[in-house]
Design a protein around this ligand. Structure first.
Ligand code: NAD
Length: 374
């Protein structure tokens, strides 16, 4: 089997595999074609890939020869149309949100896998790119907040007076939120956290942060650990509690998301207007609308002296380790579809293959995507 690795388009700096992953896959008897310059922005040279056993070729050749074509970011519709029906596409493409892209895959008859749909079961933990990338995002979000804030994070008692620690408010304690709590605590900030899932309370507290509870949140065990939409009454009470904390915060980090839905707006414009000038909001949910009403994806806006950073791709800003983690997860996933002779073997009885496959032969395979689109 030939696996083709594409160079990412636009501002994306990661690459889906580092040379170390190429070596592992070559050991499984597959051939790897790497598009020239694919690793450049992640500081990996063509020479490094060649030494690992890959062939460096043009984009055209990757697309012509590879049975499995890989990149990190969703493909442009034109790229999907240039693939052949028997080829397999693997990337992240958030099918619950990018339903037009799902339709393009259906009409092209391509078998597509979206790595953000890997089931969150124990056996798939080593393949979970969402978790790895959320770890990077939570880390970078706090570092960016700390560098933009015109004050210290830690408390200082100096001859020049006492500096109070920064007040950090974190909305959502999933993987990114928990990482953000850990880093903000390490930097000495006081951290308060909101989430609609009561299960995270203990984790939040064990990291030394305060969990702000709002009673009456809806939870659904069938949602696989994810949040679900809340009632209007709960939203109103949660909003009042968040408003009170946000107004006193130096930093707000928004990580709250609901799969397939617009992110909940938790920091409306009027609350931003009551925040302290100089405060910073980092919105990791900006690509699905943002937790802050004023957030714009991939932009920093300033309103009443509050800077609102709408950054939904911090992993691209830390391309070496982000690519390393992504590639390790990817190679674990690919191992499920390579037989002992290095040939493609797609076992749709395997819940990881079935759950991650979004389209095949013009049909939707993923039950979650199917229920959303029907
Ligand atoms: P996510 O990115 O979907 O959401 C981030 C957080 O925002 C979640 O904790 C969610 O509850 C919270 N949220 C949503 N709406 C909110 C609101 N209105 N107010 C406040 N908070 C809100 O979540 P994630 O980081 O992908 O993690 C989701 C779950 O999956 C977690 O329980 C995590 O532990 C679990 N998980 C399991 C595995 C595994 O078993 N392999 C791997 C990773 C994560």
């Amino acid at each position: 089997m030939i696996i083709g690795l594409l160079k990412e388009a636009g501002s994306e700096k990661r690459v889906a595999m580092l040379p170390e992953v190429v070596s592992v896959l070559i050991g499984k008897k597959v051939e790897i074609l790497v598009e020239k310059g694919a690793g450049e922005t992640a500081y990996q040279s063509d020479e490094d890939f060649k030494k690992a056993g890959a062939q460096i070729v043009s984009r055209k050749e990757v697309l012509e020869k590879a049975a499995v074509v890989i990149q990190i970011q969703p493909p442009e519709p034109e790229l999907v149309k240039s693939l052949r029906k028997e080829q397999i596409w693997i990337s992240q493409y958030n099918p619950l949100w990018n339903t037009d892209l799902v339709k393009t895959f259906i009409s092209s008859g391509i078998t597509s896998f979206s790595l953000d749909s890997i089931p969150r079961i124990t056996r798939a933990q080593a393949m979970d790119v969402l978790s790895s990338m959320a770890t990077v995002s939570g880390y970078k979000a706090v570092l960016e907040a700390a560098s933009l804030l015109p004050s210290f994070f830690p408390m200082f008692m100096t001859a020049a007076g006492t500096i109070r620690p920064a007040n950090v408010l974190i909305l959502g304690a999933g993987v990114a939120g928990l990482q953000a709590i850990a880093i903000a605590r390490k930097l000495g900030a006081q951290v308060q956290v909101f989430d609609v899932r009561s299960a995270v309370k203990e984790e939040v507290m064990s990291l030394g942060a305060k969990f702000v509870e709002v009673e009456g949140a809806r939870e659904d065990a069938a949602a696989g650990g994810y949040a679900i939409e809340q009632t209007e009454d709960f939203k109103k009470r949660q909003q009042e509690a968040i408003n009170e904390k946000a107004i006193k915060a130096d930093v707000v980090i928004g990580t709250a998301q609901i799969p397939g839905k617009k992110a909940p707006v938790l920091v409306p414009k009027e609350v931003v207007e009551k925040m302290k000038p100089g405060s910073v909001i980092i919105d990791l949910a900006a690509s699905t609308g943002g937790n802050c009403e004023l957030a714009k994806d991939n932009e920093t806006v300033e309103h009443h002296g509050v800077r609102i950073v709408g950054q939904s791709n911090y992993p691209s800003l830390m391309p070496v380790d982000a690519s390393k983690m992504f590639g390790k997860n990817l190679s674990n996933f690919l191992s499920l579809m390579i037989d002992e002779e290095g040939q493609l073997l797609l076992d749709f009885e395997d819940e990881i293959i079935k759950g991650t496959c979004i389209t095949r032969d013009g049909e939707i395979i993923s039950e979650r995507v199917k229920s959303l689109m029907n």
